[in-house]
Design a protein around this ligand. Structure first.
Ligand code: B12
Ligand code: SF4
Length: 524
């Protein structure tokens, strides 16, 4: 069967997406003919994300413009028409994050206009956590919720044999205008994953700027899942939605398997750096960490970059990382105000700001480059709260830091909160119902904040680097600690309704889980 994959990567950030690459590899290994339509390097003439970070001084300038070959939307449409004509796919698939969903809609609509008989199936972050909404899109026939390694293999095999595809696990589909869905497949066993076949992808995906230099970097994973419950992140929703499968959200590959894969990918693609896509790389036991250190040092010997949570940072893990050549760590600090972190973000930090500060100093002690990410613009956040984030970053002063404006991704508690309080421009179209109309790359704040204007939010983000470096002083009115910023700060005096909403979301989830537990106990 001929399967065309769309990567509507509307933002020009190159990096081969692991999930999609795995699904493509599995289907190729099953004997299907695979092709890719990837807009990563034709939709922009530059890497917008990098440029924005360079502009604010968060990363060193590196020229990657030679990778891009800008085309207008109409020109890209023509390229897609040509691809459809030449490849003549039986099935078109797309990997969707909310930022690229509207653009993906345009491409899927075009495909259905060219040939309405071509079936379309989507997966990825947004289809997984907002399945009931996305499946209503008129140009989407099928949707796989969650990890698709097993379900896509099943779906394509059924389709090829002209059997009933609607038996596929984790599938959402429409029949006579009514949405149906099947039982979810268990989450993937990472030791059963194939080695990714990257031959479909443009070489430009490997070229990555890091600390002012260009590397040939591979995007890989050791683990999936995260124990935290942040209200703006996919993990919390994923954990709850997949609770019924009984699968463990947090999984790891065996270290020898990882090393074997990395060796093959390194040699095949001439790579000299790796980036781990894991949400919380450092959640490794002492034995696993040491095994990773020894094998990486002996067999790979290349710099690597990872994301982790503050809670997983320990002396012995840093020591191991340093020894095997870790080039950098990324950590989401998010907000400098403890009350906001605990009650709105649920980025529960039993370790308050002082402990966070010590952890960051520990990383500095090991000389590992730290990128610290923050976010502002949460419902219930005041301007004083935002300046707490600036002040905490000023204390930590890592080598690299960034501030983003929170996006209320559909399916997350932050989206429900923003929607319930009328703080977003909710769409009304099928396939987009209640999704924010404005999520996308070059926009400012999409959540309306009753306490801070959009311009003020944008000014803080734009001047973040100057505030942290000291070029701009912290305004006098924000020098005192904001209410709730720490145990010694004045007591919080507002935003309680927003906090109560979030608390209710969590309580309802617990009730639903309890019901699932009761049903499964009664079946035993
Ligand atoms: C690593 C990472 C990145 C890397 C690499 C991205 C990449 N393209 O691989 C970088 C830094 C470049 C990045 C950029 C962005 N990211 Co990012 N990223 C991640 C992270 C941490 C891991 C992704 C990953 O590789 N997971 C492992 C793989 C195996 O899982 P997976 O991608 O979900 O794939 C499985 C299923 O989704 C499904 N599937 C995937 N594709 C397809 C396709 C089909 C047809 C089917 C049927 C199934 C299917 O099967 C896969 C295998 O099981 C996730 C968080 C997370 N836990 O998912 C955020 C995440 C995906 N990123 C997110 C965002 C917002 C972005 C940006 C828009 C940020 C920005 N403003 O620039 C860009 C978008 C870039 C893009 N178009 O992909 C959000 C998406 C939220 C949402 N609801 O849409 C996430 C979920 C984080 C969050 N906030 O919760 N990201
Ligand atoms: S710590 Fe990071 S990856 Fe984990 S749930 Fe929170 S935002 Fe998501």
């Amino acid at each position: 069967m001929k399967i065309l994959f769309l990567y509507p990567n509307f933002g020009g950030y190159g990096k081969i997406p692991i999930g999609m690459a795995l699904v493509m590899t599995i289907l190729k290994n099953e004997g299907h003919k695979i092709d890719l339509f990837d807009v990563s390097f034709i939709i922009e003439d530059h890497n917008f994300n990098d440029e924005q970070m360079e502009r604010v001084g968060a990363v060193k300038e590196t020229d990657t413009s030679h990778l891009y070959n800008y085309h207008t939307y109409d020109q890209i449409d023509n390229l897609l028409k040509l691809k459809i004509k030449n490849f003549s796919p039986d099935l078109v698939t797309a990997s969707i994050v909310e930022d690229n969903y509207r653009y993906c809609h345009r491409l899927l609509k075009l495909i259905k206009t060219i040939n309405p008989k071509i079936k379309t199936i989507v997966g990825g972050s947004t289809p997984s956590i907002a399945a009931g909404t996305v499946i209503q899109n008129p140009y989407i026939d099928y949707l796989i919720k969650g990890e698709a390694e097993g379900p896509m293999k099943e779906f394509c095999s059924l389709m090829e044999k002209k059997e009933d595809v609607t038996k596929t696990a984790s599938l959402y589909y429409k029949k006579n205008g009514v949405v149906h869905h099947n039982k979810l497949a268990p989450l993937t066993n990472m030791d059963e994953l194939p080695i990714m076949d990257w031959s479909f992808w443009d070489d430009a995906h490997f070229v990555k700027a890091y600390d002012g230099k260009l590397y040939r970097q591979g995007n890989i994973e050791l683990s999936r899942g995260c124990p935290q419950k942040c209200t703006y992140c996919i993990n919390e929703t994923w954990r709850n939605e997949f609770f019924e499968t009984g699968s463990k959200l947090i999984r790891k590959k065996s270290i020898p398997k990882l090393i074997d894969e990395v060796k093959i990918l390194r040699d095949k693609h001439n790579l000299n750096m790796f980036a781990f896509a894991d949400d919380n790389f450092l959640a490794l036991t002492r034995d696993k960490m040491n095994e990773f250190r020894d094998l990486w040092k002996k067999e790979i010997g290349l710099p690597f970059w990872l994301n982790t949570t503050l809670e997983s940072v320990t002396d012995w893990r840093l020591d191991a990382l340093k020894e095997c050549g870790c080039a950098g760590i990324g950590i989401g600090l998010e907000s400098g105000n403890e009350w906001l972190r605990n009650h709105i973000l649920k980025r529960n930090t039993k370790n308050g700001n002082e402990v966070l500060f010590k952890t960051f100093n520990l990383i500095k002690k090991y000389g590992i480059r730290l990128t610290c990410n923050t976010m502002i613009g949460f419902p219930g956040e005041t301007k004083a709260d935002m300046f707490e984030t600036v002040k905490l970053m000023k204390r930590i002063k890592p080598q690299s830091y960034d501030m983003a404006i929170v996006a209320p991704y559909m399916g997350t508690p932050i989206h429900s909160l923003a929607l319930s309080r009328g703080l977003i421009d909710a769409d009304t179209e099928p396939g987009f119902l209640n999704m924010d109309k404005n999520i996308g790359y070059r926009r400012g704040s999409v959540i309306r904040n009753p306490y801070v204007s959009e311009k003020e939010i944008k000014d803080i983000v734009d001047n973040f680097f100057d505030y942290v470096s000291g070029k701009l002083p912290i305004p006098d009115e924000f020098i005192e600690e904001a209410p709730g910023a720490s145990p010694t700060a004045p007591k919080r005096n507002g935003s309680f309704e927003e906090a109560k909403f979030i608390e209710n979301v969590f309580q309802n989830i617990e009730k639903q889980k309890e019901q699932i537990r009761n049903v499964s106990n009664s079946k035993r």
